[in-house]
Ligand binder design. Structure first.
Ligand code: DX5
Ligand code: ZN
Length: 215
């Protein structure tokens, strides 16, 4: 069964407590928290003070996805705010190995995100230092976009790389995950499903999370 990580980017920001309570009751495993700086991506979301509050509202894993430039400047602050998993973008990190070492030395799991145009093979010499690879299946910056089908090939190639090297690295898929495509995404080799709009725009978010869990 996949790990389910609802993205709070699609939550009701005036009623975050209510949405956190719903996720706590649900079969969601992780809270996916999207941080955007208006530079690496053409949007701004929320940052440290909001994550600090969410941290206090849940015991579940806080999975922080940084869509920001120079993420190394903020790794310590996100650790203090309560991140368990910290994911940086390959495209934002000219010294990726250093960034990953820093994240792990702070006691967090280290993730690397790939934009839709970035090939998975670029990670072949760093895979052993990564706890999780996040494959963006939409262009980062906004919720509610359509899943890019080529992502399925990327998942299969990455899964093969991980299996050949006999590594425990997780694969997370982020963007355009729906109840219709979740099963094929998991079948391709995905461990963690992120879902924003599919969960928070549904009539019964808890039931939707339970359905995703069965994918
Ligand atoms: C997009 C974010 C996603 C977003 C996914 O840049 O990284 O986590 O919330 O939203 P949906 O599931 O609606 O595509
Ligand atoms: Zn995300």
């Amino acid at each position: 069964m996949p790990i389910i990580a609802p993205s709070l980017l699609s939550a009701d920001f005036l009623n975050l407590q209510k949405d956190c309570d719903m996720l706590n009751r649900s079969q969601a495993d992780w809270f996916h928290l999207d941080v955007m700086d208006g530079r690496f991506v053409p949007n701004i979301s929320f940052g440290l003070p909001v994550i600090e509050k969410i941290r206090k509202a849940t015991q579940k894993i806080c999975d922080v996805h940084l869509m920001i430039e120079e993420p190394g400047n903020f790794a310590e602050a996100f650790k203090k705010a309560g991140a368990d998993v910290l994911t940086v973008h390959y495209e934002a990190c000219p010294h990726l190995h250093r960034n990953l070492q820093q994240i792990r030395s702070l006691g967090m799991k280290a993730g690397v995100a790939l934009n839709p145009h970035t090939p998975v093979h670029l990670l072949s010499d760093i895979l052993q230092d990564i706890d999780m690879v996040l494959i963006m299946s939409v262009n980062p910056g906004f919720g509610g976009q359509q899943f890019i089908n080529h992502s399925l090939d990327k998942i299969r190639s990455l899964k093969k790389m991980i299996t050949e090297k006999n590594l425990p690295t997780l694969i997370e898929i982020d963007g355009g995950v729906t109840l219709n495509n979740a099963a094929s995404i998991v079948k391709a080799g995905t461990d963690v499903l992120v879902a924003g709009n599919t969960v928070f725009r549904s009539q019964d978010p808890e039931a939707t999370i339970a359905a995703l869990k069965k994918s």
